[in-house]
Design a protein around this ligand. Sequence first.
Ligand code: ATP
Ligand code: MG
Length: 434
Amino acid sequence: MFTETATETILVVDDNPTNIQVLFDVLTEIGYRVAIAKSGEAALQRLQSYHPDIILLDVMMPGIDGFETCRRLKAGPTTCDIPVIFMTALSDSIDKVKGLSLGAVDYITKPIQHEETLARIRVHLQLSNSQKALEQRTVELSQALNHLKQTQVHLVQSEKMTSLGQLIAGIAHEINNPVNFIHGNLIPAEEHVEDLMTCLHLYRECYPQPDPRIQTWMEQVNMEYLEADLPKLIHSMKLGSDRIRQLVLSLRNFSRLEGDGCKAVNIHEGIESTLLILQHRLRARPDHPGIRLVRNYGQLPEIECYPSQLNQVFMNLLSNAIDALEEQDQQRHFDEIQAKPSTITICTDLLPHQAVSIRIADNGPGIEKTVCSKLFEPFFTTKQIGKGTGLGLSISHQIVTEKHGGKISCQSTFGQGAEFVIEIPLQQAVCQAA
Ligand SMILES: Nc1ncnc2c1ncn2[C@@H]1O[C@H](COP(=O)(O)OP(=O)(O)OP(=O)(O)O)[C@@H](O)[C@H]1O
Ligand SMILES: [Mg+2]
């Protein structure tokens, strides 16, 4: 005998009032909540808004019979998982097989044996509950697995970026000292040269007729040219050392090894230093006219963010754009490329709701609609093995949305390029707390 009080709901589908009454009494006495439908059609109608834990279904009914009712139940997305127990006076084994093959879980034969019916209902409710728990557990486990995969991906990528950052910071540091003393010495060197020149002019004035040996030597070295060229030479050395100092600054800015914390920075500097690292891929080569860059930078305040991580996002988006353009240009002739140059356009704007947008667009091959929905999934790549890991965009998505509370999306028409849009708030709660 069952002593515990059941709480599950049962739908009884039968056209026979006596059967309904018997089942209703037996089931409600145990505590089940019982609903009744007097035909297959009525049951299907009822199930549109009602989800019982189990259905007891008569086979022989006017209108659609139990088998048809069961078939329709199993075809419905919301009803297919409700266990069905057939009730029939027929003890023919063919009918039982038919019912089971339609998806029923069990059979009870009429006249109803109370104890047996209750026992079967209990077993199937338990089975169904364990199956639901199992499904839930499977969902939880696959979520945990996904999370683990993402964490792993993030670790690998950030490890890669940290090594790159360390390498760049190391090089920048090593170049910084020698270039600084070249730069520092150029100013006195220029003064010394000027003094020597003045001295030379004085000699010429005081001794207009030098010794023939001096005269010959001056002609040999082309003294006039030397006098004109030396200041130019020093000037271009100054320009060169200024450029190297600028590069070092950009490299340091990119690596940002002074701390990965949240701070207010000029985002354009981050974009520029990333472009600098990618310069070798943008520049014209003998076989390629180079990739054109268009900058439409808006007036932006300093943005609170994790600069090195945001640089990582710029790096991923710009590398992808370059990859796409390079791939397209492999199919085009030099003249064709020159007529319609491969172009990357970077736009930044201040948005009305205390946020900024950074848009990176290319006029490459664009992205197919079917691919668009998978872009931000980890490991999704259309590149050859060894060329792409498929992590760039998923990491970027994580950095923008989870780390910065922003948004990242892609707009693309296949054949007409792609545009990635990042939106991030001007301020981060973590930054203010710090
Ligand atoms: N600008 C773009 N134009 C065309 N396709 C793009 C563009 N950006 C991304 N894609 C598509 O999205 C896919 C996923 O990009 P994602 O950066 O995540 O990985 P990946 O570039 O393939 O590999 P990696 O991990 O080395 O970045 C790419 O393989 C490419 O098919
Ligand atoms: Mg990529």
